[in-house]
Structures are given as structure tokens and as C-alpha cells.
Ligand binder design. Structure first.
Ligand code: UT7
Length: 331
């Protein structure tokens, strides 16, 4: 008898404030045509006011996932939150969610893997579930990078939005189901750390310190380097994970990639030979929501009836680190 890590339910959260390309035209030297052509993004959601932040999004997504699973929060053994924009440097956002959903018997920690945060967190939670360390895990992917963007830098201000998704992952017996996480690939290359980063606020360049002077305290990015890395790494991770689970791309029912840029997604889909109807897209509505992107995609795909129980879904993400990875899930 062996255990499988099955996604029982999914929740999501988005801020209500919409920031369109036309709004951005009034803030930086850009235009709708350039943004749509280069990225596919038309609008994004951004947190506003004192309440809306990463923890708030994470909590709302988690509550929806827990309600839909119909699970007692006391049965959750682990809360993992993929994020790089936690409410505080520490304590973790996962601990705040753990408290507020009443998961009193759970361990909780954040997973720092930028836009691949949900891929990494799900993979780790599933390993804990499959090996019998916990029976139920709450896994969140969330970011509010609007708080970390330099709104005067047109090369990054147009890209990011805020959002969250959360899933309840539960142990099921192999003999009862063929659903669950089928395989995972996690990869990294720290030599590319300078391609996308925030320098100030950690222990090397603390806020307000002499060392921090002249350093970057908002997101800075070398766009074309990240673009090249993304195109290569997304395709590589997909091929590796499919190889690992012994599947070919035509066995994939739905592809839910990290929604950073339409052109990057199209190039991965092309490499895999996937037709457009198998590729989920919402980058035009939300931009790059970092760790929120993949679970938000899964949520919307399910809500639209494009992702049903028993279907095989391929997810893939890449981000600052550099990190990248992919999961194959039987939904
Ligand atoms: O999860 C990881 C997050 N990061 C990413 O996914 C980013 C990956 N990279 C990209 O998506 C693309 O590199 C961008 C969308 C950021 C940029 O597209 P690009 O085709 O690589 O443009 P570029 O950086 O080579 O810039 C081309 C031109 C430049 O002007 P010149 O030097 O040719 O005169 C830029 O100054 O476009 C200019 N430009 C803009 N123009 C209008 C850069 N940003 C903008 C803008 N509006 N927002």
C-alpha cells in the first residue's frame, strides 16, 4: 500500500483594483501597443490601502481552499507558503496563515523560490504527504510584487501584478485513486542571481545602513537575459519532468505555465508541440503574479471547466534565484 498526494481543492484571491496599460501610460513612458506586443499583458491587479498585502491574499485563498475541501483545519499538518513578498522579513507568512485559519497542529514555513514558489512548495508538501509525515497540507503560492516594483522603471512596472492561489493536498491510498502529483523537477542556478533581484533589506545591505547606500531597494531586472533563460528553462523542465514520469506531451490534457510573458509561454508550448486549446492563459488579465501565477491559473482553468478530475496537467515555472521547475499532476 502506498500513498499519493492528491489536490483536494483549490482557492484563490485577487485584489479588486485593476491597473490597465492605459493607467501605466500616465505613470511611465510606455504604451499599450508596446506592452501587448512584447508581453501579452493588458491589465493587472494591485493591492491598495493598508490591509491588502501578501498575507491578506494568502489567507483569503487558503480559507476558500479549506472550505472547499471540507477539512477540519486541525487535521492540517503542514502549511507551506511560496512567496518572496511576505508581510515581514520574518516571521513567515505561512505562520500567520496557520494561526488565522486555526491550523493548530501544523508546522509552517515559507518557501523562497520567486515565481517558481508554488512549484517548489507543492513538490515539498507532496513529499511530506507521500512519506506519511503529514496527512493534509495547505500549500499557497502568493505574491504582491506591486509593493516591490519601482513605479518609475518602465521595464519592470508593466510586468507585475498581485494574486494568490492555495490548495489542500491530502494523502490517498494508491488502490483508491490514480490522482495526485505524479512527478516533479526542481532546478536552480545561483550564478544568475543578478538577473533579477532586490539588494536592500537583507543582512548584506540592511535598510538604512551605510552598505545599502546606492544599492537597489526595488526590483531590478535584466529583461532580455531573464527572457532567454525563461525560454530555455521552461522547455527543459517540461521535457525533464515528462521523461521522469514516462509521458509524452500528447498525454498532457492541460498546460498551465507561469504567466510571465505570452511570448515565453508560446515558445514553450511550441517546443512541446501543444495546440493552443491545451495551453492555459490569463497573463492578459493579471500580468506576472509571481508565485501566485500557477495556482491562479489552475483555479481559473477548473472554474472554466477546462481542468477536471482525472485530467493530467503540466505546470512549469521559473524565476529569481535563478530557479525553475515543473510538476505533472493528475487532477
Ligand atoms: O518571473 C520572472 C520575471 N521576469 C520576466 O519574465 C521578464 C522576461 N523578459 C521579458 O519579458 C522581456 O525582456 C521584456 C518584456 C521585459 C522586455 O522585452 P524585450 O523585447 O526584451 O525588450 P528590450 O528590453 O530589449 O527593450 C527593447 C526596447 C528598448 O528601447 P531601445 O533601447 O531599443 O530604444 C527599451 O528601452 O523597448 C524599450 N522599452 C520599452 N518601451 C516602451 C523597455 N520597456 C519599455 C516599455 N514601454 N515598458
Amino acid at each position: 500500500m502506498s500513498r499519493r498526494a492528491v489536490i483536494q481543492s483549490i482557492g484563490h484571491a485577487l485584489p479588486t483594483k485593476v491597473l490597465t496599460n492605459a493607467d501605466l501610460e500616465t505613470m511611465v513612458d510606455t504604451n499599450d501597443e508596446w506592452i501587448v506586443q512584447r508581453t501579452g499583458i493588458r491589465e493587472r491587479r494591485v493591492c491598495e490601502g493598508p490591509i491588502e498585502c501578501t498575507g491578506w491574499l494568502a489567507l483569503n485563498a487558503s480559507r476558500e481552499a479549506i472550505d472547499r475541501a471540507g477539512i477540519d483545519p486541525l487535521d492540517i499538518g503542514l502549511v507551506l507558503c511560496g512567496t518572496v513578498s511576505g508581510d515581514f522579513i520574518w516571521p513567515s507568512t505561512a505562520c500567520m496563515v496557520q494561526d488565522q485559519v486555526g491550523a493548530k497542529n501544523a508546522g509552517a514555513f515559507d518557501v523562497s523560490a520567486a515565481c517558481a514558489g508554488f512549484i517548489y512548495a507543492l513538490s515539498n508538501a507532496a513529499a511530506m504527504v507521500v512519506t506519511g509525515q503529514v496527512d493534509h497540507a495547505l500549500v499557497i503560492g502568493v505574491d504582491s510584487l506591486s509593493k516591490q516594483v519601482n513605479w518609475e522603471d518602465r521595464s519592470t512596472a508593466i510586468l507585475f501584478g498581485d494574486g494568490a492561489g492555495a490548495v489542500v493536498v491530502s494523502a490517498m491510498d494508491d488502490s483508491e485513486t490514480d490522482r495526485g502529483l505524479l512527478g516533479t523537477v526542481l532546478l536552480s542556478d545561483g550564478s544568475g542571481s543578478k538577473f533579477i533581484c532586490i539588494d536592500v533589506g537583507g543582512s548584506r545591505y540592511p535598510w538604512g545602513s551605510e552598505q545599502a547606500e546606492g544599492k537597489r531597494n526595488k526590483i531590478t531586472m535584466m529583461g532580455s537575459e531573464v527572457y532567454r533563460f525563461a525560454v530555455q528553462s521552461m522547455g527543459d523542465a517540461c521535457c525533464k519532468v515528462l521523461d521522469k514520469v514516462g509521458m509524452t506531451p500528447d498525454e498532457i490534457d492541460l498546460f498551465v505555465p507561469h504567466q510571465a510573458n505570452l511570448r515565453i509561454i508560446e515558445s514553450s508550448a511550441k517546443r512541446l508541440g501543444l495546440p493552443p486549446e491545451k495551453v492555459f492563459l490569463n497573463v492578459h488579465k493579471y500580468g506576472n503574479t509571481s508565485a501566485g501565477s500557477i495556482p491562479l491559473g489552475l483555479y481559473e482553468a477548473e472554474a472554466e471547466g477546462r481542468l477536471k478530475k482525472g485530467m493530467t496537467v503540466l505546470t512549469v515555472g521559473f524565476g529569481a534565484g535563478l530557479v525553475w521547475g515543473a510538476n505533472v499532476i493528475r487532477w
